[in-house]
Design a binder for this molecule. Sequence first.
Ligand SMILES: Cc1cc2nc3c(=O)[nH]c(=O)nc-3n(C[C@H](O)[C@H](O)[C@H](O)COP(=O)(O)O)c2cc1C
Length: 195
Amino acid sequence: MLNDRSSILTLLETRRSGKPRELIGPGPSAQELDRILTIAARAPDHGKLHPWRFVTVSDDQRDGLAALLKAALAEENPEASDGHRQKEEEFAHYAGQLVVLVSAPLHDHKIPLWEQELSCGAAGMSLLLAAHALGYIAGWVTGWRAYSKRVRSAFCGPGERIGGFIFIGQAGRELEERPRPALSDVRKAWRPPSL
Ligand SMILES: Cc1cc2nc3c(=O)[nH]c(=O)nc-3n(C[C@H](O)[C@H](O)[C@H](O)COP(=O)(O)O)c2cc1C
């Protein structure tokens, strides 16, 4: 069973995202979303810098998001097909609650940028877990949109960037497991170098 919420450990052991395009509504209530984001904001954070933001996009802003994505697409890829434009329209209207995860590091700070970016990733992971713990299914995607200057400036301040678009809803179809690395492929016992 995926996303088995019978205990904390089983949830961690069976966590599985959904594909945003396959989610259905409803997403979390306003109170649940506050809870999810409060949990995400407990991410490990060297220096207490909270170098991340959670930008929420409401349902009535989805048409505006579609217009933004299509304007950005026209800039990035003037040859884009009607099918591609249609895909952006659909992306902007995926079901559930959309949260744009923004990496907002302090540049030229004694805490290295890398550590601040790691903290942003941890916040994203906690956000997913909190959503799943509440019985929702979430999915984290980036794609060209996350790297488009125009889209970035619509969500980020100077020096910030998009870490991902996280949709939180319900599974529209049964989730399937995906291959996971064998522990032996990712676990290494340290061997001290000869000095
Ligand atoms: C930073 C980041 C960006 C991602 N972008 C995409 C994406 O654009 N498209 C996609 O299919 N999966 C993307 N993923 C992967 C999915 O969020 C998801 O982790 C993956 O489908 C595996 O599912 P799981 O979370 O159950 O392991 C991204 C993951 C991360 C951490």
